[in-house]
Design a protein around this ligand. Structure first.
Ligand SMILES: [Zn+2]
Ligand SMILES: [Zn+2]
Ligand SMILES: [Zn+2]
Length: 449
């Protein structure tokens, strides 16, 4: 019997503030419930201890300003490391699937990190995906984000990568943080259609999310044929969640998990710490372990109160139709057509860090390459609330880089170092797993690892 692996890390010493919803009690109630139900004693379940992710694990995915230590505490490294432990156990064949119940969460952390956004500093799933690709040579990955908030960080990290399918459903960004995740955000020109966003109306129920699952997510997964399926398992679509307005139940989540059958689930949000998380997480663990979860019902559960209006059902169907059309057209969108036939695709982004009050401007450029995913440069300037500013230049070389992209990326990196126009210049060389930080403030130094 192959087991379900669990990692449990409540991060006792990390909270945004003592009364903030993102605090350690989030997982303590779950832990109580899991013990009460005797889940840890089941032969189907194995508990693993988390470990620390290394700074190299983080630098493979993120450009942390000024460096990894500046954006992470031990708790962040253990949360990311908890996901890596599950990844290793899966790849070694010790487990059939696994759930990293860790915090702080990660899916709002983007490729460049100047601070905390939406309770996230580093992106646990994305770090795990890059680790799986580097260490085990996994090529095609699907990440399904079932948190009520748009997984904008994960989207940002894999937006130009045709080998990573990212699908997020979430409460419509016009009504909820972070305000993004619309159907037109469908991936860069070299990866068009491998990002799919499903904005859902407030008040969407189990019926609505299962419609999306059955009619969009499962058929797309079946066509994409990923080697591994990751679930960004946010539990804040629950009808009692204080941060959002959805009507999903623990049964709805457990059934979703059963149908999706992810290889690895990583916990994201969920802020109804007593009324939702213990039930939803228990339901998901039982579903992953192939056990009966039909008895996992919230004490106040009332099916009659969780009804979705016909108008909402109609809107969800239209959104799914629109996204299926994007998916079907994806191969017809030629490289360069979207970018007006130039060598680089460029986009400008402004990013707000709601937790740390940082405003960031970015110019992101992607080489449109027929031989690899294309290298990426990012010029990023951050304005902190205390008037501190930092200007950085980042160069990312993809895993499968061709020689031309590799050479040009190195040139761009060296030119940025020589220009002295930036406080920090980064080189993220995934092809050789080498990462560099050139520091241009105070004593100039170069760190490589
Ligand atoms: Zn989502
Ligand atoms: Zn969330
Ligand atoms: Zn190339």
């Amino acid at each position: 019997m192959k087991k379900t692996g669990l990692v449990f890390f409540p991060a006792f010493d990390w909270a945004i503030s003592p009364t903030h919803p993102e605090r350690e009690e989030r997982l303590l109630y779950t832990r109580d419930q899991i013990f009460e139900e005797g889940l840890m004693d089941l032969p189907q379940i194995t508990e693993y201890k988390p470990r620390l992710a290394t700074k190299k694990d983080v630098a493979r995915t993120h450009f942390c300003v000024p460096n990894v230590a500046g954006q992470t505490t031990e708790a962040h490294l253990i949360a990311a490391g908890g996901a890596l432990v599950i990844a290793d156990a899966l790849m070694k064949g010790e487990i059939h699937n696994g759930f990293a119940m860790v915090r702080p969460p990660g899916h709002h952390a983007m490729r460049v990190v100047h601070g905390n956004r939406g309770f996230c500093n580093i992106n646990n799933e994305a770090i795990m995906v890059d680790y799986l690709r580097h260490k085990y040579g996994i090529k095609k990955v699907a990440i399904i984000d079932t948190d009520v908030h748009h997984g904008d960080g994960t989207q940002d990290i894999f937006y130009h990568d045709p080998d990573v399918l990212f699908i997020s459903f979430h409460q419509d960004g016009r009504t909820l943080y972070p305000g993004s995740g619309f159907t037109n955000e469908a991936g860069g020109p070299a990866a068009y259609g491998t990002t799919l966003n499903v904005p859902l109306p407030p008040g969407t129920t189990d019926e609505g999310i299962h419609y999306v699952l059955d009619n969009l997510i499962l058929p797309v997964l079946n066509e994409f044929q990923p080697e591994i399926i990751i679930n960004s398992a946010g539990q804040d679509n629950h009808y009692t969640d204080p941060l959002a307005n959805m009507k999903v139940s623990a049964q709805g989540y457990a059934q979703l998990n059963q149908k999706l059958a992810p290889d690895i689930a990583v916990l994201e949000g969920g802020y109804a710490i007593e009324t939702a998380l213990p039930y939803v997480n228990t339901g998901i663990i039982l579903a992953m372990a192939g056990l009966d979860y039909s008895h996992v019902i919230e004490p106040d559960y009332n099916k009659n109160q969780l009804v979705q209006s016909p108008e909402k059902t109609e809107r969800i169907k239209e959104t799914v139709e629109e996204l299926l059309a994007v998916w079907k057209q994806r191969n017809k969108i030629e490289l360069g057509v979207l970018a007006h036939k130039s060598d680089f695709y460029q986009r400008q982004k402004t990013i707000f860090y709601d937790t740390d009050y940082i405003h960031e401007n970015q110019v992101e450029k992607v080489r449109l390459c027929y031989d690899c995913a294309g290298y990426i440069t990012i010029m990023s300037q951050a304005f902190h609330h205390n008037d501190r500013r930092s200007k950085v230049f980042c160069v990312a070389i993809p895993f499968n880089a061709c020689q031309r992209c590799y050479n040009d990326a190195h040139n761009d990196y060296m030119n940025a170092v020589r220009s002295e126009a930036y406080d920090y210049v980064y080189l993220q060389n995934k092809a050789e797993d080498v990462y560099r930080i050139f520091t241009n403030v105070g004593t100039k130094k170069l760190e490589e690892f």
